[in-house]
Write a protein that binds this ligand. Sequence first.
Ligand SMILES: C[S@@+](CC[C@H](N)C(=O)[O-])C[C@H]1O[C@@H](n2cnc3c(N)ncnc32)[C@H](O)[C@@H]1O
Length: 242
Amino acid sequence: MFEPRRRPAEPDLEHGYLDLLGAEKARGSAAQRLMRSRAVPLIYQRYWRPVAGRFLMGLTGPSTEEEHRIALAMLSISPGDRVLDLACGPGNFTRDFALASGDGLVVGVDSSETMLAVAVRDNPMGNAAYLRGDARDLPFRDGSFDAVCCFAALYLIEEPMRALAEIVRVLAPGGRLALMSSCNRGPVPTAAANALVRGLSGVRVFGRDELTQALELKGMSEVERRVTGLAQFVSARKAARP
Ligand SMILES: C[S@@+](CC[C@H](N)C(=O)[O-])C[C@H]1O[C@@H](n2cnc3c(N)ncnc32)[C@H](O)[C@@H]1O
């Protein structure tokens, strides 16, 4: 799956995941620093994610369990599929994808060493591999994956449109995409909401149509969006080869 020039000559697997970033110290916002801290990954799956999800989705929005069902429905993973869980955190969704893909392969990619340490410890699966890399510069060949999920992360990633372009690139023709990110519900215009929220926390607020339009411009088909609270779920399919 690796682009030949990105295949590591001497893979660093010391911590149970393949580390492509090494000692590189990523700079980042307050939110990014929390994701790289020691404490947050330890409480992420059980406490942090359900609370943050409730805040984002609203009181009547989907629970964490429902989010897992939504991801699986949007990705329609079949046994044998190759699945990318981009910005996988502690592997909380990676586990479900590994169960659904049977004799396929799931790759969880994240830039945080501490998140991946928890993924390796808490969500090891025989058909899942974890990799430390940057969503903006994926090491995979074009069309490597039948399904790509990126939940609760595009709003943290610097240059999210670059990550989106990488997602589309590594999807195989006919491949499915599932995103969950932030959504501006107004009345404050997105630019102003962003200036405030991003300035304070590092979390980007996407305009209602920003992600769907970007995907359509990239030639994705069946682009659909569901807005709940301050979040949006977006699904799409990469056009099959003619
Ligand atoms: C809130 S967690 C999401 C985990 C999981 N996908 C979920 O929905 O619960 C966001 C993750 O994005 C990762 N992340 C942020 N920027 C990244 C980048 N440029 N490349 C890869 N991962 C990144 C963080 O390290 C963090 O683990």
